[in-house]
Design a protein around this ligand. Structure first.
Ligand code: SF4
Length: 482
């Protein structure tokens, strides 16, 4: 598993939707905690299935991951492109405010240490345990934000000096991107000037890299510096991108929706629906003759005849409309696709055709999928790994085979036992009592404790950590501690 490359790395992602006040003097600010601290690595070329009852936050997770909704907190690292080619603005902001950010991190660490002390004095104070867990997460998040960019220099007393070198290097790289774009359209006489400016910027990069490397010598054989230097990260934190930046990455990160009818504009022909994104992302200019051929090829790849190009969505069946949705997403040559209940609205006979199409296209286009569904049998068929979600959190994650043969979380066990089987083993279905609790005021401790047949005292007070219980098998349950 370690050899595989992470394409999207999500850690401690939260998405809260504020709820309008219902009482005149209501002081408490309430939120729907749709995603409440999700951690998940998605590897290049795999399909991760996400299952859970409706309302558990899985669709929200798919959308937040793509930043269709801004996330409340946490990190969503994307490795399909690097900061070296993308130069996000948040890097400049961090480098400009480096001293302040490091100070903020020190404060968080002080608060964390104080809470660690408090726990030693009263180990059963569950409020302190909760506060400590939250503080640890915040501190770690900020620590990673800083060390991803400046590595070991987080321990440098004179960090502003070296941050200046990083900043100049960053700005020169940005300048080079702009100059290269101008080169494409430049007239002959401008070329000499542009090339000279390019050389100047390259010199600035070399000079600042040299200065950074010289500064590193001050920390020769400093184990702490070396340890933090390993955090340097070329990924892009999607959660920190500005609107225009995430728009550029949209073509890499696509979504296929559940309801193919309502997600297609009824006033546009199929050709226009697929072509719209292609023009928005600069694949083709308006009235480019080549676009029609391209669209027809994509349609045919998705099992639609090219001659249907000028038809409207209402002239297609449900299965065909879902093929249009797939063609629209894949025309942009994405790297990562969220399939959000992509076959749930279709007849069972059509479902398998669409699933097979998705599998074929994944192979051909080297795609990575997050496949969201409430139907475990569908997820089992398509996924390499499966995550089980309950009330805003992933409670178990493992290889498909592993999760079916050895479920570790009582909620997963209950879901599995409810799947009808054709074999002779008559295992009794585990009936979960009660409804899924409100995500506005989820139960304290383990959120599943109100319905868990194995609930213990600690479960009502302390949130279980999401740990790797066996190799590649993650779970959050007090029954599974190491
Ligand atoms: S932590 Fe406790 S309540 Fe939660 S799933 Fe495990 S045993 Fe059940």
């Amino acid at each position: 598993m370690e050899d595989r490359k992470v394409l999207v790395g999500i850690s401690e992602m939260k998405k809260y939707f504020p709820v309008k006040k219902t009482k005149l003097f209501q002081k408490e600010r309430l939120n729907v905690k749709a995603n409440d601290g999700i951690t998940l690595d998605i590897f290049e070329g795999e399909t991760v299935g996400l299952v859970g009852e409706s309302g558990c936050g899985k669709s929200t997770f798919g959308r937040v991951l793509l930043q269709l909704y801004p996330q409340t907190s946490g990190r969503t690292m994307y490795y399909g492109r690097t900061i070296e080619e993308f130069h996000p603005k948040y890097i400049e902001e961090l480098l400009k405010n480096i001293k302040h950010e490091i100070h903020k991190h020190h404060m968080l660490e002080e608060e964390r240490l104080k809470l660690e002390d408090d726990i030693k004095k009263s180990p059963n104070n569950y409020d302190v345990i909760y506060n400590l867990q939250e503080k640890r997460k915040k501190s770690k998040e900020l620590f990673l934000d800083i060390t991803n960019i400046i590595g070991g220099f987080i321990i440098d007393e004179d960090v502003e000096k070296v941050a200046k070198y990083f900043l100049e290097e960053y700005r020169a790289k940005l300048q080079i991107v702009k100059l290269k774009n101008s080169l494409d359209t430049a007239k002959q006489k401008e070329l000499v000037k542009l090339n000279r400016q390019l050389d100047e910027q390259k010199e600035i990069i070399n000079l600042n890299r040299k200065l950074i490397n010289e500064e590193k010598r001050r920390f020769d054989k400093n184990p702490k510096f070396d340890e933090y230097e390993k955090n340097l990260d070329i990924g892009i934190n999607l959660a920190k991108l500005e609107y225009n930046e995430i728009r550029v990455l949209r073509k890499d990160l696509q979504i296929i929706f559940q309801d193919p009818y309502s997600s297609l504009n009824p006033k546009m022909t199929v050709g226009q629906i697929i072509g719209e994104g292609l023009m928005a992302h600069g694949f083709f200019k308006k009235n480019d003759d080549k676009m029609q051929n391209y669209v027809m090829n994509v349609m045919e790849d998705c099992g639609l005849s090219g001659y249907m190009l000028h038809r409207y969505p209402h002239q297609f069946s449900g299965g065909q409309r879902q093929r249009i949705g797939i063609a629209r997403a894949l025309a942009l040559k994405p790297k990562f696709v969220v399939c959000d209940e992509a076959v749930s609205a279709l007849d069972v006979s059509i479902q398998s055709q669409i699933i097979n199409l998705l599998l074929d296209l994944k192979e051909k286009e080297e795609l990575t999928y997050l496949f969201i569904s409430h139907d475990l049998s569908v997820v089992k068929y398509i996924s390499d790994r499966i995550g089980v979600m309950y009330l805003g959190n992933i409670v178990e994650l493992a290889d498909t085979e592993q999760i079916f043969s050895n479920p570790l979380h009582p909620y997963t066990e209950a879901l599995m036992s409810a799947i009808p089987t054709t074999d002779n083993k008559l295992e009794e279905a585990i009936l979960l009592e009660g409804d899924i609790p409100s995500p506005i005021k989820p139960p304290k401790g383990c959120k599943f404790h109100t319905r868990c047949p194995k609930c213990m005292d600690i479960c009502k007070k302390v949130t279980p950590e999401f740990i790797e219980y066996e190799e590649g098998h993650f779970v959050a349950c007090h029954l599974r501690t190491k």
